[in-house]
Ligand binder design. Structure first.
Ligand code: ATP
Length: 199
């Protein structure tokens, strides 16, 4: 699996539609300060479901929408799509190529799409569990993140290893099952209360 392209439109400094194509090997993005290099990494984080404006270096989630310049009016929406080569089927989906897209409008409406079909954020998260990709994945190492890992709490470092060895999805499923079990236990108590009232 590898990243084939990123398409951005109306996202941060990218008012027009721009497609970044990546090929085999290493790709460097170079440019003067403030030209938008970090915005490319922000676009990847955002399309993978980042919900925290601070992680995207903004004050609110609307800040990802191109806010206009002296010569150009603001955009009404931001859109990012990343396309991954999935010929090795590392992503649990039958397609050889997977495009994940996210759009948000100034009105607040937003949507996620996987290969053109609308989906939930949960579906995007599940698609990338244990691949190292994802908003919490280690495939994007942001400025200051190395320090954070080294000085982080042991539990936080553990989460990184869990993701790398591929057990996150099982932990999430276990947590969901435990929550259901707790809910059922509470229901049972309630049923017993009702039964004792009837008796
Ligand atoms: P450096 O080399 O200094 O780290 P960089 O190339 O990584 O810089 P970025 O931080 O990616 O640059 O981009 C910053 C630019 O993006 C700023 O000029 C800022 O005005 C612009 N920008 C950020 N959000 C928006 C937005 N919503 N609308 C328009 N421009 C934006």
């Amino acid at each position: 699996m590898y990243l084939k392209s990123i398409e951005v439109q109306g996202f941060k400094s990218f008012a027009n539609k721009i497609v970044f194509d990546f090929h085999n090997g290493i790709t460097g993005i170079v440019g003067p300060n403030g030209s938008g290099k970090s915005n490319v990494a922000d676009a990847v984080r955002w399309v993978l479901g980042e919900q925290r404006a601070k992680q995207l270096r903004g004050a609110s989630m609307q800040d990802v929408i191109f806010s206009g310049t002296e010569n150009r009016k603001a955009q009404g929406f931001a859109s990012v799509a990343i396309t991954l080569d999935n010929s090795d089927h590392q992503l649990p989906i039958e397609f050889e190529e997977v495009t994940v897209a996210r759009r948000v409008f100034r009105s607040g409406e937003s949507e996620y799409l996987i290969n053109g079909s609308a989906c939930r954020l949960k579906d995007v998260n599940e698609l990338f569990y244990d691949t190292g990709i994802g908003k919490e994945g280690y495939s994007i190492i942001g400025q200051g993140q190395i320090d954070k890992i080294l000085s982080g709490r042991p539990e936080e470092r553990r989460e990184l290893f869990d993701e790398a060895v591929g057990i996150v999805k099982f932990k999430r499923r276990k947590a969901t099952a435990q929550k259901k079990l707790e809910d059922e236990k509470a229901n049972l108590v309630r049923v017993n209360d009702i039964l004792s009232e009837i008796e």
